[in-house]
Design a protein around this ligand. Structure first.
Ligand code: S3P
Length: 176
């Protein structure tokens, strides 16, 4: 029985923001994987990448996802690279409906260049073409993992959350 809602998608597709609102609206706990990594290590994601490298970060991510996947009735917001490890998707699939938040490279670039914390994987690589390339290399992984996909490019967070709820209500075997 699947009771968790998992949000996946490229950096800047709105997973954390939609996850927060969705969890509040449904009265479910939010597991924000990146936020937990920061909380547990006391370091920012950029610091972890710079000081320990990507593999170390991915191992932390896999461990947090392993723990989250055995919980119930949660909203789980993943980092954009969670689908890179097959085992993450396999574990999440057991207990969760997976929602892919899609967004165009044009809308992604607006969102990822807004804050001052540059994503490590976009450091010096934040042209529209760079984003398009990285996105294309991941597209099939998101597609394979997803049960539901929603294009968030032109949507406010509220609208995204409404769309997620609407799709989940129609999703057979999932109680919301
Ligand atoms: C990553 C996405 C980031 C964060 C890390 C790696 C990726 O999360 O986990 O910088 O590989 O796409 P967001 O998708 O929340 O930005």
């Amino acid at each position: 029985m699947k009771t968790n809602i998992v949000l996946i998608g490229f950096m800047g597709s709105g997973k954390s923001a939609a996850g927060r609102v969705l969890a509040r609206k449904l009265g479910r706990p939010l597991v924000d994987v990146d936020a937990l990594i920061v909380q547990q290590t006391g370091r920012s994601i950029s610091q972890i990448f710079a000081e320990e490298g990507e593999k170390y970060f991915r191992d932390l991510e896999t461990e947090i996802i392993r723990q989250a996947a055995v919980g119930e009735n949660q909203v789980i917001a993943c980092g954009g690279g969670a689908v890179l490890e097959k085992v993450n998707v396999e574990r999440l699939k057991q207990s969760s409906v997976i929602v892919w938040l899609k967004a165009s490279p044009e809308s992604i670039i607006k969102r990822v260049t807004k804050g001052k914390d540059v994503r490590p994987l976009l450091k010096g690589k934040n042209s529209i073409q760079d984003i398009r390339n990285l996105m294309e290399s991941r597209e099939s992984l998101y597609e394979k993992a997803a049960d539901i996909d929603i294009d968030t490019s032109e949507m406010s967070v509220e609208k995204v959350v409404e769309a997620i709820i609407r799709e989940l209500k129609e999703y057979e075997g999932f109680n919301i």
